[in-house]
Ligand binder design. Structure first.
Ligand code: GDD
Length: 318
C-alpha cells in the first residue's frame, strides 16, 4: 500500500508516517519544507497544498492508495488573524486534493482512498454536549468555518464515488505539539517554573473546556478509517472534557506545585473574539464500526508531556 500524507512534518503527520511505515506502507509526503525523517518517508515532495498544479502533479506522481490530508493551518488563533489563508489552505486546497484523487482514480481505474483531518471546531458553540457526527455544524471561528467547508466537500466527493472519510478530530496532544497550542505552552511553562527558569505563565481563557486525547491514538483512528470497508464521518474523542484551568492544575501537580495560581497571569492578547465554550466528543460510532478507543488518560498525557519538557530543560534543549 502507498500513502500520500500532506503535512507529514506536523505532529499528526509524523506519527502517521511512523505508523504506516511500521505496517509496511510506502509513504510519500507533501510539505512546504523538506522533512528530516528519511527513514519513514520514501519520497518527500516540497510544495503547498494551496497550489492546484502542485496538488495535481504530486497526486499523479505518488499514485497513492490513500491520501491522508493533514496539511493546513492548525491554529484556531492564527485563523482570526488571517481568515483568508485559513479558507484557502483548509478549505479550497481540500477541494483540489479531492478532485485530484477522483481524477487519479478514474485515470488508473484503481481505488484511491481519502482521509480528511476535520475538527471539533466545526461544531463551534455546539447545540449539544457531547457532539457526535449528527450534531449541527455551526462553526464560530474562521478556522472552524474553513474546516466545515472541507468536511462538506468530503461528503460531496463520497457521493461521486470516492472512498473519502472525514475524521472529526477533537484536541489531541503530545510532546510534539508546537508551543503555540495551550497544552504544550502549559507543560513547557510548568517545566520551566519547576526548574527555576521562569516564575510566571501567561494564558488566555482558562474556562474553555476541551476534550484532550493522545495524538498517536488519533492517528491510529485515521488508519482504521482508511482501511474500513466503507467511507464515513467519525468523531474521534475521549468523551471527557476538562477546562484549561484543570489542565494547568494537573500539570503543576505533576511537579508538586499546589499553589499554582501565583504562577499564572492573564494575557488579554491570548483571548479570542469567540471561543467555543465546551467541546466534548462522543466517539461511539468509531468504537462500534472501527473498534477504536483511546488508550491514554488525560492524567497520563499531561504527565508524559511535562516529563518530556523537564527532560528537554535538563538537557539544555528547551
Ligand atoms: N493557544 C492558546 N494559548 N490557547 C489558550 C491560551 C493560550 O495562551 N490560553 C487559553 N487558551 C485556550 C483557547 O482559548 C482554547 O479554548 C483552548 O485553550 C485550546 O486552545 P489551543 O490549544 O490553541 O487549541 P484549539 O482548541 O484552539 O485547537 C486545537 O484543537 C482543534 C480541535 O478541537 C487544534 O489542534 C486544532 O487544529 C484542532 O482542530
Amino acid at each position: 500500500m502507498r500513502a500520500l500524507i500532506t503535512g507529514s512534518n506536523g505532529q499528526d503527520g509524523s506519527y502517521l508516517a511512523e505508523l504506516l511505515h511500521s505496517r509496511g506502507w510506502e509513504v510519500h509526503a507533501l510539505d512546504r519544507t523538506a522533512g528530516s525523517d528519511v527513514a519513514t518517508i520514501a519520497r518527500h515532495h516540497v510544495g503547498s497544498v494551496d497550489d492546484v498544479e502542485t496538488v495535481d502533479r504530486v497526486v499523479a506522481a505518488a499514485d497513492p492508495d490513500c491520501i491522508f490530508n493533514l496539511a493546513g493551518m492548525s491554529s484556531v488563533a492564527d485563523s482570526w488573524a488571517d481568515p483568508v489563508a485559513a479558507a484557502r489552505i483548509n478549505g479550497v486546497a481540500v477541494v483540489a486534493l479531492l478532485h485530484a484523487a477522483l481524477r487519479q482514480q478514474e485515470s488508473t481505474a484503481r481505488r484511491v482512498r481519502f482521509v480528511q483531518a476535520s475538527s471539533a471546531e466545526i461544531f463551534g458553540a455546539a447545540e449539544r454536549v457531547p457532539q457526535a457526527e449528527t450534531t449541527a455544524i455551526r462553526p464560530t471561528s474562521p478556522y472552524g468555518a474553513s474546516k466545515a467547508f472541507a468536511h462538506s466537500s468530503v461528503g460531496v466527493s463520497r457521493s461521486r464515488g470516492l472512498h473519502a472519510s472525514s475524521a472529526i478530530l477533537f484536541n489531541h496532544e503530545s510532546p510534539r505539539r508546537p508551543l503555540k497550542f495551550v497544552t504544550r505552552k502549559i507543560t513547557n511553562g510548568v517545566a520551566r517554573i519547576a526548574s527555576g527558569e521562569d516564575f510566571t505563565l501567561s494564558l488566555g481563557n482558562l474556562e474553555a473546556e476541551r476534550d484532550w486525547g493522545w495524538a498517536p491514538d488519533y492517528v491510529d483512528a485515521l488508519l482504521r478509517m482508511a482501511e474500513a470497508d466503507r467511507p464515513d464521518d467519525y468523531v474521534i474523542a475521549t468523551g471527557v472534557s476538562r477546562s484549561v484551568r484543570d489542565f494547568v492544575r494537573t500539570a503543576f501537580a505533576t511537579v508538586g506545585i499546589a499553589d499554582w495560581e501565583r504562577h499564572v497571569t492573564t494575557d488579554p492578547s491570548q483571548l479570542r473574539p469567540v471561543d467555543a465554550p465546551v467541546l466534548r466528543g462522543d466517539a461511539g460510532h468509531a468504537r462500534r464500526v472501527l473498534g477504536w478507543s483511546p488508550t491514554v488518560t488525560f492524567e497520563q498525557m499531561v504527565e508524559r508531556m511535562v516529563h518530556h519538557d523537564l527532560e528537554l530543560i535538563a538537557r539544555g534543549d528547551a
